[in-house]
Design a protein around this ligand. Sequence first.
Ligand code: ATP
Length: 134
Amino acid sequence: SERTLVLIKPDAVSRGLVGEILSRYERKGLALVAAELRTIDAATADVHYAEHVEKAFYPPLRDFVTSGPLLAAVLEGDQAIEVVRALNGATDARKAAAGTVRGDLALSNRENLVHGSDSAESAAREIALWFPKL
Ligand code: ATP
C-alpha cells in the first residue's frame, strides 16, 4: 500500500465540490489518512510548487492556490499515486477525459480542482510538507 497527497483546490471548495471529489476517491477504495482545510500563503505555495516557481504560468497559479481555503488530504491504498492521477484526469481540464474529476467538473487549465502527487518522491516530499506529524 502507498500514500499520496491530494489538494482539493480553492475552486473546488468555493464551488461546493469537496464532498463530490472526496467521495470519488473513497468509492474507488482509497482510505483517508489525514485531511485539513487550510488557506496557504505565497511562501507555502512556492515550496509546494518548487518545480514551477520560474514558469510563466506560476504567478497566476500562486494567486489561485492562495485565494481561499483548500482541502489538503493524504490518501492511502494500492498504487494510490497512480490511481489518484487517473481519477483526476489530464492537467488541462478542457482536454481531460469524461469520467475523471477534471473531465466531468472543470473547464480550465489552471482552475482544475485537484492536485495529486506525481511520483513516490513527490508524495514523500509533499506529505512531509503538508502533514509533518504523519
Ligand atoms: P497537479 O500537480 O496540480 O496535480 P499536474 O501535475 O497535472 O497538476 P503540473 O504540470 O504539475 O500539473 O502543473 C501544476 C498546476 O499548475 C496544474 O494543476 C495547473 O493548476 C497549473 N498549470 C499547469 N500548467 C498550466 C498552464 N499551462 N497554464 C495555467 N496553469 C497551469
